[in-house]
Design a protein around this ligand. Structure first.
Ligand SMILES: Cc1cc2nc3c(=O)[nH]c(=O)nc-3n(C[C@H](O)[C@H](O)[C@H](O)COP(=O)(O)OP(=O)(O)OC[C@H]3O[C@@H](n4cnc5c(N)ncnc54)[C@H](O)[C@@H]3O)c2cc1C
Length: 356
């Protein structure tokens, strides 16, 4: 048995045989070895290239797999999930599901997860929202993980060629080129300008004006033991000061009770953490000595290298495109439920009508 086929057998066994080992952790561990062991075709044929491994890109892969359409998903960072990120049950990104988020609730059920009620309008996942994106990875990974899902493949250039699109990725082992017929762009608009050729594509002409009116907001998220929260008996509280919006929720996670605090503001309008502490103490009466805050209790979405913000708002709608070869998806493109997971899933359904 040669080294490639024995490796494939090993992966098949691991994925289907070894209960309890998540396909996700296996993928992370194997990805760089696979770069050396598997040959890549330079042309994808009919497979769809999905760029971005947040919930929109992963859900697109999940739906394409359901319809038996081949795809390859390229995530530029070291983890899937994008603006969904959890640790010990606490959420640093998306956290709440509204009772009207029917697509999200259906997906959670399909993945065999259970929601916990916060109040009559909202629910959450005691294991953390990342169990949704981890669950999607586990479902779409297939027999040969590296074929369909890749970490640390950052798209840096795109160009139209006679056979479709040429994609150039930056990867720890060097630059890689592929040609494909169909592309789904599932990355935040703050990243578009960093991809050479993207805004020159005829399919993206609308985006040049659209980006001028883009409003990027940022969120700093704090996770505190719940006894330090303001009014620990109130599960949901909001406050506003000037352009800063605050939200505190109290959740019972698998690791115990925590207070999650979102501090939302327009990018660059806040420069000092002391200002944020002051606002929180005055307006949300949070009773915590912030000097004690550990780095794992705080996440600043502006620092997330391939995202750089938490919400990408625009009063100009993204035009719906009837193009079976190129689609843009993400929470900012949805007509309904924008800027939420539900919007990201809605946008995938709109794109699927053209792609499949
Ligand atoms: C603090 C916070 C709280 C939130 N709270 C809620 C909530 O309670 N409920 C709710 O419904 N929603 C909430 N949201 C919004 C929700 O998280 C988003 O709507 C959703 O996660 C967006 O998913 P996405 O796939 O569209 O984009 P993203 O999650 O941003 O995914 C994009 C992916 O593309 C990758 N990428 C970027 N550039 C490249 C490149 N060049 N090549 C390859 N990959 C690239 C990124 O690394 C990232 O993984 C919250 C968001 C934040 C930040």
């Amino acid at each position: 048995m040669n080294i490639k086929s024995s490796r494939r057998k090993f992966l098949e066994k691991s994925l289907w045989g070894a209960a309890g080992i998540s396909a996700y952790s296996l993928l992370s561990a194997c990805a760089s070895f696979d770069d050396y062991l598997f040959d890549d075709r330079a042309e994808f044929g009919d497979e769809v290239a999905i760029i971005g491994g947040g919930i929109a890109g992963l859900y697109m892969g999940y739906k394409l797999r359901e319809s038996k359409t081949g795809f390859r998903l390229f995530e530029g960072g070291t983890a899937f999930g994008g603006r969904i990120k959890s640790n010990n049950g606490a959420d640093y990104g998306a956290s709440l599901i509204s009772s009207s988020d029917q697509r999200v609730l259906r997906l959670i059920k399909d993945l065999g997860l259970e929601t916990k009620s916060l109040n009559k309008d909202y629910s959450y996942l005691a294991e953390g929202m990342q169990s949704v994106t981890d669950g999607l990875v586990d479902r779409i990974i297939g027999l040969i993980p590296y074929r369909s899902l890749r970490l640390r493949w950052r798209l840096i250039e795109i160009e139209k060629v006679s056979a479709g699109f040429q994609l150039i990725f930056e990867h720890p082992t060097g630059q890689k080129r592929f040609v494909c017929k169909r592309v789904v762009l599932a990355i935040p608009p703050t990243q578009w300008m960093g991809i050479k050729g993207l805004l020159k594509l005829p399919e993206m002409q609308w985006a040049n004006n659209w980006l001028e009116t883009l409003r990027v907001e940022n969120t700093i998220k704090l996770v505190l033991p719940s006894q330090f929260a303001a009014s620990p008996n109130k599960v949901l509280q909001t406050a506003k000061h000037e352009s800063v919006n605050m939200r505190q929720i109290i959740k019972k996670t698998v690791e115990g009770s925590v207070a999650e605090i979102d501090i939302d503001y327009i990018n660059n309008s806040i420069t000092s953490i002391e200002y944020i502490y002051g606002v929180l103490k005055r307006h949300l009466q949070v009773n915590y000595a912030f000097e004690r805050l550990r780095s794992d209790q705080m996440y600043d979405w502006h620092q997330a290298k391939l995202i750089k913000g938490s919400y990408f708002r625009n009063f100009l709608a993204v035009p719906e495109s009837e193009n079976p070869y190129f689609q843009v998806v993400g929470d900012f493109t949805a007509v309904k439920s924008m800027y939420r997971m539900q919007g990201a899933l809605e946008s995938v359904h709109v794109a699927l009508e053209e792609l499949v």
